[in-house]
Design a protein around this ligand. Structure first.
Ligand SMILES: NC(=O)c1ccc[n+]([C@@H]2O[C@H](COP(=O)([O-])OP(=O)(O)OC[C@H]3O[C@@H](n4cnc5c(N)ncnc54)[C@H](OP(=O)(O)O)[C@@H]3O)[C@@H](O)[C@H]2O)c1
Length: 334
């Protein structure tokens, strides 16, 4: 792993002297797209050029492998973060920037531009790609931007995801299908070219934001937990398949974390929605530490979350489903 080998080193302060190219790709971007399963065919699309202002707050912990052609000619590693416009994804992006990475960041809404601008203030090259990842077209647009950089991805954080609370009898199946499209389908669509390209060059690290929810039947959040169980199982299966390829995958398993997640999931009136939660910065830091150490998974971030993870490994599923009802059933908030 990068941290262990110490053979890979990012260059100095983010973007220093690079003449950085930072491009916002709108969702209406009509550039010719490559098939995301077959790799790059298009050149980079560029936007306004703005110089970075500051360096990282901490020295880079990793470096780069081979074949790097930096946007501004500096050999710094490139990372992709999905769902970077808020919560855990914003923290992952900011901490990768601090660790010396250039970034491609993506989300659906306009807030992404604000976050990207803040990341640039940290001094890194940042490409912001505003797309709806629930669609194959959105994933293809994102992959086009990645391949257009001409640079290999050292780190990818497959993080975008939403929740949905409520009784299955009451929830709208279209909302559930949309969540499956984002949490599961878009992750698979993007992971295919990501992992293939990393395996082809024998290096790369993928962080998948799963959840502690993956370990328990999620009564009153049933489809969400199932999406995370899918991701967890799939990630652990690929860890075995990819052994010896130079590509590592790490499952980040947060417990309840203070982000937009619970409001967006309509879970403000639940115990878990109203309870104290973990800090997304701590979750992201533990996730990145695990990724760079080549760990298979990490429960993040508080002691109570880690304890929940331990208990979840021994409790019967039927008991976990009952406990989940207590925390997720609407109207049971404290
Ligand atoms: N918060 C928790 O308690 C918790 C616990 C365990 C796991 N997780 C997981 O952590 C990940 C990040 O969630 P979070 O807690 O940080 O919540 P969040 O603040 O709501 O962030 C969700 C991110 O996903 C993006 N996203 C949503 N729909 C999208 C779409 N259709 N296309 C592209 N991007 C889209 C959002 O961008 P837009 O706003 O632009 O749509 C946002 O950047 C998720 O996978 C979630 O399941 C969260």
């Amino acid at each position: 792993m990068l941290r262990r080998t110490g053979s890979l080193r990012a260059s100095g302060p983010c973007g220093a002297g690079t003449g950085s190219v930072m491009t916002d790709e709108a969702s209406t971007n009509g550039t010719t797209r490559s098939d995301p399963t077959t790799g790059p065919t298009t050149g980079p699309t560029t936007g306004p050029t703005t110089g970075p202002t500051t360096g990282p707050t901490t020295g880079p912990t990793t470096g780069m492998t081979t074949g790097m052609t930096a946007l501004g000619g500096t050999p710094r590693p490139l990372a992709l973060v999905t769902g970077a416009s808020s919560g855990i994804g914003t923290e992952l992006a900011a901490q990768l920037a601090q660790r010396g990475f250039d970034l491609v960041v993506t989300a659906e809404d306009d807030t992404l531009a604000v976050v990207a601008e803040a990341l640039r203030a940290d001094g890194c090259d940042v490409r912001a790609v505003q797309v709806d990842l629930r669609t194959a077209d959105g994933v293809a647009q994102l992959w086009d931007v990645v391949t257009g950089t001409g640079r290999p991805l050292e780190v990818v954080a497959l993080n975008a995801g939403v929740g949905l609370g409520g009784a299955f009898l009451d929830t709208d199946v279209e909302d559930e299908v949309a969540m499956v499209q984002l949490n599961v389908v878009s992750t698979l669509r993007l992971a295919k070219p990501v992992v293939r390209s990393m395996a082809a060059r024998g290096a790369g690290m993928v962080l998948v934001t799963s959840s502690i929810a993956s370990t328990m039947p999620g009564s009153f959040q049933s489809v969400y937990n199932a999406t995370k169980s899918f991701l967890q199982s799939w990630t652990e299966a690929l860890q075995e398949e990819l052994a010896g390829t130079g590509v590592t995958m790490t499952a980040l398993m947060p417990g309840p974390t203070e982000t937009n997640f619970f409001v967006r999931a309509g879970m403000e009136g639940t115990r878990v929605g109203q309870a104290d939660k973990d800090d997304p910065a701590d979750v992201a830091r533990q996730g990145l530490d695990a990724l760079l150490d080549g760990k298979a998974k990490v429960l993040a971030s508080s002691r109570s979350t880690k304890l929940q993870g331990v208990l979840s490994a021994v409790l019967p599923d039927s008991v976990k489903a009952k406990v989940h009802r207590r925390v997720a059933e609407p109207g049971q908030g404290v």
